[in-house]
Write a protein that binds this ligand. Structure first.
Ligand code: SAM
Length: 350
């Protein structure tokens, strides 16, 4: 085979990309350390600090903090004032790194990445065996990180944009109906809807017991929310509205889940399917958002589905395949109600 000539400019371009990637990969554990030790919080609360001042504020070792701060400055996760030798967070860095309620909070993503690294050997083994790996067999960081990663988007869009994009659903929720949030994880989506619509009754279901327990602890004071352990495929009860947030593609039997949801829905009910943003063809998903979701999909979503009955839609299933799942489950009308850069929001009706 003739050797292909190397285009030096393209190699250089690749190396530029690699330098940015390598910086992110190597710095990710340092972001997690800053998160756990409250270093971002301490910078935000106490204002600009030299490494020695931050050490005093946090009780951490000054030498480590000097190096950590240098890395954070180089990463763009903190700012530096050469005139005073102090590091600080801009209002934007503070918004993204220290405010869990902000719609742009990003630290959950680093917990997800950490859990993927921790499970690397287990996933590698499954590349050979084809075995699955249940959601519950991952690190605890995955469950908490997933909730932290998705919650900002739900806070920003769910009540203000996604529900109003569905036909007649807001009116129904205001009047009072029963709602199933299927595959609810830690229940942030369930709680946000319950707070916005006090006349309706919300039940969150998930088959991962520790997630349901976490959701129950968080919603203990809310009168119109409860959480139950259940498989989507065996969804109990009767509802006017059902929703699945970032979980249909994870399920072993998504068509079985769609069928169970259809069975549990009233005839004029609506099913909202929120899924990671994806186009239908692989070449359309080869972009930064597709890169994030396909990584999580390889290490978490596909293994979970394979651990059950194994449809393994993957986190980049795309609208066509998702709509087909809903149709096979007995829904006759499926449309894209709205979208964000991270999510597709589909509306399925009987
Ligand atoms: C990526 S997490 C999303 C959790 C939550 N909806 C959110 O948006 O934060 C996927 C969730 O689906 C749940 N799940 C997967 N398969 C399920 C099934 N067959 N029945 C019920 N829950 C399931 C998992 O336990 C996990 O909590």
């Amino acid at each position: 085979m003739a050797t292909q000539p190397i285009d030096e400019a393209k190699v250089e371009e690749f190396m530029g990309k690699f330098v940015a990637d390598m910086g992110a990969i190597a710095s990710a554990p340092l972001v997690r350390i800053g998160d756990r030790l409250g270093l971002y919080r301490a910078l935000a609360d106490g204002g600009p600090a030299t490494p020695a001042e931050l050490a005093q504020r946090t009780g951490c070792n000054e030498r480590y903090l000097r190096e950590w701060l240098l890395n954070q400055g180089a990463s763009g996760y903190a700012s530096y004032d050469p005139a005073t030798g102090r590091y600080f967070l801009t209002p934007e860095q503070e918004f993204v790194l220290t405010q869990p309620e902000s719609p742009a909070h990003i630290l959950g993503a680093f917990q997800i990445a950490g859990s993927i690294y921790a499970d690397e050997a287990k996933i590698e083994q499954r590349f050979r065996s084809g075995d699955g790996m249940d959601w519950g067999d991952h690190q605890h960081e995955l469950f908490e990180g997933t909730d932290r990663f998705f919650a900002p988007g739900y806070r920003a869009h769910l009540v203000a944009e996604w529900l109003p994009a569905l036909e007649g659903v807001v009116e129904k929720l205001e009047a009072g109906t029963r709602v199933a949030d299927v595959g609810c994880g830690y229940g942030t989506s369930t709680i946000l809807m319950a707070e916005a619509f006090p006349n309706s009754e919300f039940v969150g279901f998930d088959n991962h017991v520790p997630s349901i327990e976490a959701a129950q602890r968080r919603a203990a004071a809310l009168p119109n929310v409860s959480f139950q352990t259940a498989d989507a495929e065996g969804l109990p009860g009767r509802y006017g509205f059902a929703a699945c947030f970032d979980c249909l593609h994870d399920m072993g039997d998504p068509v079985g889940a769609a069928r169970a949801i259809r069975h549990a829905l009233e005839d004029d009910g609506t099913w909202m399917i929120v899924e990671p943003y994806a186009h239908d063809r692989p070449e359309e998903n080869m972009n930064p958002v597709g890169r994030i979701f396909s990584a999580a999909s390889t290490a978490v979503c596909v293994p979970h589905s394979l651990a059950h009955e194994g449809a393994a839609l993957g986190a980049q299933a795309g609208e066509e395949r998702l709509a087909e799942v809903a149709r096979q489950g007995g829904f006759t009308r499926v449309r894209r109600a709205t979208e964000t850069p991270f999510n597709l929001v589909l509306e399925a009706t009987p």
